[in-house]
Design a protein around this ligand. Sequence first.
Ligand code: SAM
Length: 212
Amino acid sequence: MSEKPTAALFWDKLAAKYAKKPVPDEAIYQRKLQLTQHFLSASDVVLEFGCGTGSTALVHAPKVERIDATDISPAMIAIAKERAQAANISNVSFEVGELEDFKLKADSYDAVLGLNIMHLIQSPANTLREVHRILKADGIFISSTPLLKNEPIFVRWIIKVMQALGRAPHINFLTKDEYLKQVTDTGFEPVQAWMPDKTSVFLIARKAVIKI
Ligand SMILES: C[S@@+](CC[C@H](N)C(=O)[O-])C[C@H]1O[C@@H](n2cnc3c(N)ncnc32)[C@H](O)[C@@H]1O
């Protein structure tokens, strides 16, 4: 079986539980929402990939023109659609797939959100290139990324054992500097890099405009 269906299956199994789980730290979550909305405006067209059960997209939806939200897991997307309907929010679409599957138009989004996802995808470099391609000039990429290389060795060891048992997904073990290098190498300029704790970074980066 290829990696994509395996990952989708993994997250499908977690979806119902994930939907019920409260955010680990409400104050940090609220600060991330606030920082994000500082960079959004009412006319913005936004894309979120790896949106999970859609809760963050639904918070931002009233502040923007439209959000296209995507996730590899059909079960996550089914919950997200139910939530949108229950909240009577109609300017968010939820679709199943990986970012690259959608063949999105170049230069078409004002902002792209990748929240708790960049440590999970197979090729962060490919995804970053795609984010850069679909953003308008000066568009904003906002990501919240676990830095699992900063975790103590025993935590990394447990993750590896879980992976060997098929109970953890593919994971990129990154430090802040390694992640920032990948982002800047793709042609983004960091605007703000906030570490709410030692093991994650909330990064706001702008698509760099090439000046001739
Ligand atoms: C840790 S959850 C984060 C969900 C949401 N962004 C949040 O912050 O609550 C990771 C999500 O990424 C999705 N995912 C994993 N690999 C993916 C991929 N390659 N492409 C798109 N979504 C993926 C999973 O299905 C899951 O919903």
